[in-house]
Design a protein around this ligand. Structure first.
Ligand SMILES: Nc1ncnc2c1ncn2[C@@H]1O[C@H](COP(=O)(O)OP(=O)(O)OP(=O)(O)O)[C@@H](O)[C@H]1O
Ligand SMILES: [Mg+2]
Length: 476
């Protein structure tokens, strides 16, 4: 993505910044990336040992050192064969990463920091926005979805003196999370996409989700810019919670929209693969955009990216051209694959929540206009008390979309079928199956040219393998 080779730091500096205890050569210099995955360790880098749910990074420290890591940031001494690895011992590794990232931010005052949050579409928008800011100057943006207390500082730590733009993704699983990230690297530009049901179970409801997402605009300085979705009332209401100037984006012909968003899309239409085209309306004029990403739900994300790039000084023609040239950089989000035999597979297996499943089903319905539509749906995780009802509602929505087949994978997804049965007029086939392999068996052999299959679920369901097998057309 251009730019960024980290700011070199001695072990003495790192110990000073993190308040850690150094064991090793104080003059040794970290010149490479900070990583928490030992498989990504490379010469010159720093390995941060964090304890995850399944593994403890301390167990992989020796592998990281063998791969060339200069030192290990850890909470306890890490033995490597015959010697102790050079280490900086701290009480709390995420806090140490935060301190290091904050040091880098303070050392790079010329970097414009943009933060993107929302319930759905952060990564998509971040990838679009980065492909616009790259036209302005060297940009650092995370690969994929590095949006939490680990990924956020690790991304910031990739910046160096050549970096001009940091395009960051901020996630919240509870109150205070986004405020915490904003203290590590305070955005001057804050984008809020939407308030939806992702993790709603953990929050307690949409108003609590809105409180948490709004921490981003609360953290913006008075000379910052809050970029808000005018079509989402909970997002638009965040205008009252920020000292920053407010810029809005919206798609005016949507039912919930208010007129007059600064950045708008008009004449939205989808091509036969569901890729949106629209006219981008800005105060400077209008320009045609044809996206290479799939689904009408991408349009607000593209508008958000456009609004951000415009604030950073990119001209209208460059914005429209950049959006039209932008490709999907992160995998398994609405990947549309047309097989040689005329079957189309939509791999949207990266994650799922009620809004993104509806968006994907809308796209499926559009693509399947001339054929049959099948949906293989796993569960939507972390919905808490509304889980069952949400799955039923998705089933009803899917049945109304007139699918030929609806397959619910796993026990938690089974209520989808109960919801589908509420639609008496629906004549499609409904199946509840225990796992992805069974779903693949049920669908793969009956596909015909013109058919379209959507595969979507929360991460935990791991349905991407099903999607990839369908893409290959492996007739198992
Ligand atoms: N504006 C939107 N409305 C509804 N669904 C969307 C929107 N934008 C993207 N999606 C869908 O949401 C899913 C996740 O997209 P993406 O990875 O961009 O979101 P995210 O907010 O980064 O998710 P995560 O919380 O996992 O990081 C994909 O299925 C995508 O198609
Ligand atoms: Mg993401």
């Amino acid at each position: 993505m251009g730019g960024g080779h980290v700011i070199p730091l001695t072990l003495a500096q790192i110990a000073g910044i993190t308040g850690g205890r150094l064991r090793g050569d104080p003059a040794a210099v970290v010149t490479g990336e900070v990583v928490i995955d030992s498989r990504r360790a490379a010469p010159g880098g720093l390995f941060a040992a964090v304890a995850g749910e399944r593994a403890d990074g301390h167990d992989f420290a020796s592998a990281a050192v063998a791969a060339g890591a200069v030192a290990v940031l850890a909470t306890r001494p890490v033995p490597v064969p015959s010697v102790l690895a050079p280490s900086i011992l701290v009480g709390d590794v995420p806090a140490a990463l935060a301190a290091l990232a904050r040091f880098v931010v303070d050392a790079l005052p010329a970097v414009a920091i943009a933060g993107i949050t929302g319930s759905s579409g952060k990564t998509t928008t971040k990838d679009l926005a980065a492909q616009l800011t790259e036209r302005l100057g060297p940009t650092i943006a995370p690969a994929g979805s590095l949006n939490n207390e680990f990924g956020y500082p690790l991304t910031v730590l990739r910046a160096d003196a050549s970096t001009r733009y940091l395009v960051l993704e901020l996630a919240a699983r509870g109150p205070g999370h986004i405020a915490y990230l904003c203290r590590i690297a305070p955005p001057r530009y804050g984008v809020v996409l939407n308030v939806g049901h992702a993790h709603a179970g953990e929050f307690g409801g949409l108003d609590q989700v809105a409180r948490a997402k709004g921490e981003l605009v609360e953290a913006l300085p008075a000379d910052g810019v809050a970029i808000l979705n005018a079509d989402d009332p909970r997002v638009l209401a965040m205008a009252a919670r920020t000292a920053a100037r407010v810029v809005t984006f919206g798609v005016p012909d949507r039912p919930a929209s208010i007129r007059g968003a600064l950045i708008q899309a008009a004449d939205v239409r989808l091509d036969d693969l569901g890729r949106p085209g629209f006219t981008l309306l800005t105060p400077e004029g209008q320009a045609p955009v044809t996206l290479r990403l799939h689904g009408a739900h991408i349009v607000p994300n593209a508008l958000a990216a456009a609004a951000l790039a415009r604030e950073l000084g990119l001209g209208l023609a460059e914005i429209a051209g950049g959006l039209s040239a932008a490709v999907a950089r992160s995998r398994w989000r609405m990947e549309v694959h047309r097989r040689g035999d005329g079957v189309t597979v939509i791999n949207d297996a990266y994650n799922a929540n009620p809004e993104s499943v509806r968006a994907a089903l809308d796209a499926l319905r559009h693509l399947a206009q001339d054929g049959r539509g099948f949906a293989i749906l796993g569960h939507m995780a972390e919905l808490g008390a509304i889980s069952r009802a949400s799955h039923e509602d998705i089933g009803e929505f899917a049945a109304r979309a007139g699918l030929a087949g609806l397959i619910a994978v796993g026990e938690e997804a089974a209520p989808i079928l109960a919801g589908a049965r509420r639609v008496r007029s629906w004549t499609g086939e409904a199946l509840a199956l225990p796992d992805g392999a069974a779903a693949l068996d049920a669908v793969a052999n009956q596909l015909k040219p013109g058919d379209v299959v959507l595969v979507k679920a929360s991460r935990a369901a791991h349905l991407e393998g099903v999607a990839m097998a369908l893409e290959e057309g492996t007739d198992r």
